[in-house]
Design a protein. Structure first.
Length: 73
């Protein structure tokens, strides 16, 4: 299943909001350096869908705030 995410890296508080089914807004404390923010996003999405982190893959938007993720259930 594809999931769309809008990310704010380097936020003061971590936030995970589902706007509509399959579309999320995520704020993470990690900065967008050394892939830290992307790894945290994958962890949060995996926890939300109760799947292992390896089941969440970034399809597009590796270097952008708007990302598309593939979640294998």
């Amino acid at each position: 299943m594809y999931v769309r995410v809008k990310v704010k890296a380097g936020a003061r508080k971590e936030r995970f909001i589902e706007m509509v089914p399959g579309k999320f807004e995520i704020d993470v404390k990690e900065k967008a350096e050394m892939n830290a923010a992307n790894e945290r996003i994958q962890t949060l999405v995996a926890r939300h869908f109760s799947v292992p982190v390896k089941a969440v893959r970034i399809i597009s938007g590796h270097h952008r705030p708007n990302k598309t993720l593939d979640v294998i259930e």
